[in-house]
Design a protein around this ligand. Structure first.
Ligand SMILES: Nc1ncnc2c1ncn2[C@@H]1O[C@H](COP(=O)(O)OP(=O)(O)O)[C@@H](O)[C@H]1O
Ligand SMILES: [Mg+2]
Length: 245
């Protein structure tokens, strides 16, 4: 459903993405891993048209991304950042904000999206700042869901969360895929998380796809694990544990 064909992104003298070719089927969770600076965020930004490729083609549902009106595209392929920002107001007002921008009011939809992320409707009137980091991330997901996206792109959404809160976000996203038929691109530093949630895993290093395969195959493939060990210093310990399993 999302394809990239020989996509490169060059900024000044820096080659940020280099010859990326990927096919990401629908209704699956695709995890993207790689060291800092590998180009993971840039890849999501390209798919969201926050960047335009220097060369190559990106398509969504068989149609070039450049043919989609940008605002509509960002509604259908929505990006959730690591640290959600809320404006002063209640949880409900924040979730309703994307609708407000479209000139709409739909309290039933706001409640439905809150339910999808497992947050009680009693919290609608609370201040997001009173919530835990994990709860805030789920409110941010609900705010994205009111736009009715088909694809969710998550950029290290659990990087600042404790393991229990990260687990809740993982469960929420898994449910969205099985019940709402969403497609998810999930950038993560956490190898164990990539292994838990992914249907496919892509290893990006230096702007290039070094490996891409179904997640169970990825994490049992000695060549993939060896690449992780030699390139991802910050997760070396985790991947060693994975290798030993
Ligand atoms: N606008 C830009 N101009 C020049 N270099 C950039 C720009 N944006 C990102 N980069 C560089 O591109 C590389 C990839 O960045 P990024 O996509 O944020 O990586 P990641 O998310 O994997 O950490 C980094 O080396 C970063 O410094
Ligand atoms: Mg990043």
């Amino acid at each position: 459903m999302i394809t990239l064909l020989d996509v490169s992104l060059i900024k000044g003298h820096a080659t940020i993405l280099n010859g990326i070719t990927l096919t990401l089927p629908p209704k699956q969770i695709h995890t993207i891993i790689g060291p800092s600076g590998a180009g993971k965020t840039s890849l999501l930004r390209l798919i969201n048209r926050l960047e335009e490729p220097t060369s190559g083609t990106l398509t969504y549902l068989g149609q070039s991304l450049s043919q989609f009106p940008v605002v509509g595209l960002r509604r259908r392929i929505a990006l959730v950042f690591q640290q959600p920002v809320f404006f002063t107001g209640t949880v409900g007002e924040n979730i309703a904000y994307p609708l407000y921008l479209q000139g709409r009011t739909d309290n039933a939809l706001v409640r439905q999206c809150l339910g999808l992320v497992g947050i009680p409707t009693a919290w609608l009137d609370r201040d997001p700042q009173e919530l835990s980091a994990g709860q805030r991330q789920r409110v941010a997901l609900a705010r994205t869901l009111v736009k009715g996206p088909e694809v969710l792109m998550l950029d290290e959404p659990t990087a600042n969360l404790d393991p229990a809160s990260a687990g809740q976000v993982e469960d929420t996203v898994r449910c969205l895929v099985t019940e709402q038929k969403l497609t998810v691109l999930w950038v993560t530093h956490d190898m164990a998380q990539a292994r838990r949630v992914g249907h496919t895993t892509t290893l990006l290093i230096g702007g290039q796809v070094m490996d891409h395969r179904e997640t169970p195959a990825f994490f049992t493939n000695p060549a993939s694990l060896s690449l992780i060990n030699s390139h991802l210093q910050e997760v070396k310990t985790t991947s060693k544990i994975l290798v030993q399993r």
